[in-house]
Design a protein around this ligand. Structure first.
Ligand code: PEP
Ligand code: MG
Length: 485
C-alpha cells in the first residue's frame, strides 16, 4: 500500500486523477475516519467540526451543500463512499479504504493535527489486510455491513478503554482526578465495575420514581438504595434526593400547571413544602446506609436556608431511627448541588454548612444564561466553555478549597473530554460522568499536562478582554498536545 504525503492534493480513481474534487470531500472523509474510524457521525457534530461556526444554521447549510456536491460527485464516478440520512452521515468504509490508496494527504498537514495524520496512517495500516477482502464487502448489503462495523468499532474502543480501567486516573504531570459515574437505576450498577469508576458521584433517585407506575413504596426505595450500596462496596455513592417537577414529570402525580416549570415548584422546593415524600425517602436512605458511610445531597437549592431546612429534616429522621433502635450509618455526609446561580453569592455561608458540593452544570448553565437547556433554538446559543461560566466554576472550586470542602462536577460537561480538560485546568479533581464517557475522558486525562492547561486557561479567564467562548483555544491546545477530545 502506498500513501503519498507530499505533492498536490489529488484523488485518483482507477489510476486516473479526478479533477475538481468537491472542496470538503477529503476533509469529510478524513474527519470521519479519524473521529469515528469510518462509521457514522451526527450531522451537527460534522458541521461544527468542519466549519467551527458558531452560527449553527450557517454551518448546517454548508454541510448540506457539501453533501449534495459529494453526492453528485459520487454519482458521476459511480462511488458510494458517503451516505447520509436526516441525522447521520455514514462512511462506506470498504470503498473508502480502496480510495485511500489514492488520496494524497498533503491537504491535511495544515488542516489536521499531527495526531490525526498519525491516526490516518495507522488506520491505513490497520486496514491493509481488510483491503484484500474488500471486493466481497462491496457486494454485501450496506446497512448490514454498517451494523457489523459499528459493533466492531464499539468492541475495539471498549477494549482500548478496558486496558485503561485498572490504571489510576492521573494526568501526565501527576494530578489525580477521581472519575465517578452518574447512575439512577439498578441496571446502571454493573457500570461501576465495568468502568473502574471511583464511585457513583450522582445517583438520581427520581429515576426509580419516573419509571414506576405509582409512587415506589418505602420498602422498594430501601431495596434499591441497599442494592446500590452493595454494588458499590467500598466506593462512595452520592444519593441525590428526589429531583422531580420541571421537566421530570411523574405521570401518577397530580401535575401542577406552571408557566415556567424549570423555574417552578420542583426538587427541594417541593420536598420542603410537602415533606412527607422527602421524609420517607430520607428515612429509606438512612436505613439502607445502616453501618456504612452515606452521602446525601439536595437538588436545586437556591438559599442557605433551604439547605438548613433540608439538613434539619435529615437530622430529625436520624433521631427518629435512633429512637426506634435502627442501625444508623457510620457517618452521614450532607451536601448540595450547585445548580442555581444565587448560590454563587452565598458560597462562604454555604461551605460552612455543607460537607461537600456537587456542581450540576446542566442546570447551572441554563439558569446562568437564562437559556432553556431543552430548547434547541437557544440551548446552543451560549457556549458552556465560555469565560463567564468557567469563571463561576473556578470560583466554586477556589472557595471550596479555602473551606477544605470537596467538590465534584456531575453535569454533562464532565462527560465531554474537551470540557473535562477545562475543568481540570481550573482545578476540578473529581468529576461524575456518564458511564460511557469514563473511557474517553480518562484516555484524554492521562495524556494531559494539567499544569500547562492551567497556564493556558487561567490567564484567559483573568484577562478582561478576549472572546467569550474559549472553545477554539482549548481545541487548538488539545491539538497541539496531541490529545483526543
Ligand atoms: C445538572 O443539572 O447538571 C444535573 C446533574 O442534574 P440533572 O441533569 O439531573 O438536572
Ligand atoms: Mg439539575
Amino acid at each position: 500500500m502506498k500513501l503519498t504525503v507530499f505533492g498536490e492534493a489529488t484523488v485518483s480513481l482507477g489510476g486516473q486523477p479526478v479533477p475538481r474534487v468537491p472542496a470538503n470531500f477529503l476533509r469529510i472523509v478524513v474527519y470521519l475516519l479519524l473521529v469515528n474510524a469510518g462509521h457514522s457521525v451526527s450531522r451537527g457534530r460534522l458541521s461544527q467540526v468542519l466549519w467551527s461556526d458558531t452560527d449553527q444554521a450557517h454551518a448546517s447549510m454548508n454541510l448540506r451543500q457539501s453533501l449534495a456536491r459529494i453526492r453528485k460527485f459520487q454519482e458521476q464516478y459511480g462511488l458510494n463512499l458517503i451516505q447520509g440520512d436526516a441525522t447521520y452521515v455514514y462512511l462506506n468504509l470498504s470503498q473508502v479504504k480502496a480510495e485511500l490508496l489514492s488520496i494524497d494527504l498533503l491537504d491535511y498537514i495544515n488542516f489536521a493535527r499531527k495526531g490525526d495524520i498519525d491516526s490516518v496512517l495507522g488506520l491505513c495500516e490497520l486496514y491493509k489486510g481488510d483491503l484484500l477482502a474488500q471486493n466481497e464487502q462491496q457486494n454485501s448489503d450496506f446497512d448490514e455491513w454498517l451494523d457489523i462495523e459499528r459493533v466492531r468499532l464499539r468492541a475495539r474502543r471498549q477494549l482500548q478503554y478496558l486496558a485503561l480501567r485498572e490504571k489510576p486516573c492521573a494526568t501526565k504531570d501527576g494530578v489525580p482526578v477521581a472519575l465517578h459515574i452518574n447512575a439512577g437505576l439498578a441496571v446502571d450498577l454493573p457500570h461501576i465495575e465495568e468502568t473502574g469508576a471511583a464511585g457513583i458521584g450522582l445517583f438520581r433517585t427520581e429515576l426509580q420514581f419516573m419509571v414506576a407506575a405509582s409512587f415506589p413504596r418505602t420498602a422498594e426505595q430501601f431495596g434499591l438504595y441497599r442494592a446500590v450500596l452493595d454494588a458499590a462496596g467500598e466506593k462512595p455513592v452520592t444519593f441525590r434526593t428526589l429531583d422531580i417537577g420541571g421537566d421530570k414529570v411523574l405521570p401518577y402525580m397530580r401535575n401542577v400547571e406552571e408557566e415556567n416549570p424549570a423555574l417552578g415548584w420542583r426538587a427541594i422546593r417541593l420536598g420542603l413544602d410537602r415533606p412527607g415524600l422527602l421524609r420517607a425517602q430520607v428515612r429509606a436512605l438512612l436505613r439502607a446506609g445502616g453501618g456504612r458511610n452515606l452521602r446525601l445531597m439536595f437538588p436545586m437549592v437556591a438559599t442557605v436556608e433551604e439547605f438548613d431546612e433540608a439538613k434539619a429534616l435529615v437530622e430529625r429522621e436520624l433521631t427518629h431511627l435512633r429512637r426506634h433502635g435502627h442501625r444508623l450509618p457510620e457517618r452521614v455526609d450532607v451536601g448540595t448541588m450547585v445548580e442555581v446561580p444565587s448560590l454563587l453569592y452565598q458560597l462562604d455561608e454555604l461551605l460552612e454548612r455543607v460537607d461537600f458540593l456537587s456542581v450540576g452544570s446542566n442546570d447551572l448553565v441554563q439558569f446562568f444564561y437564562a437559556a432553556d437547556r431543552s430548547n434547541k433554538r437557544v440551548a446552543d446559543r451560549f457556549d458552556t466553555l465560555s469565560v463567564p461560566i468557567l469563571r463561576a466554576l473556578r470560583e466554586i472550586i477556589r472557595k471550596a478549597a479555602t473551606h477544605d470542602k470537596s467538590v465534584t462536577l456531575c453535569g454533562e460537561m464532565a462527560s465531554q473530554p474537551l470540557s473535562a480538560l477545562a475543568l481540570v485546568a481550573i482545578g476540578y479533581r473529581a468529576l461524575s460522568l456518564a458511564p460511557t464517557a469514563v473511557g474517553p475522558v480518562k484516555a484524554m486525562l492521562i495524556e494531559l499536562d494539567a499544569g500547562k492547561a492551567a497556564g493556558l486557561l487561567n490567564p484567559l479567564l483573568d484577562s478582561p478582554a478576549g472572546t467569550v467562548s474559549i472553545r477554539e483555544k482549548l481545541k487548538a491546545f488539545a491539538a497541539e498536545q496531541g490529545l483526543q477530545v
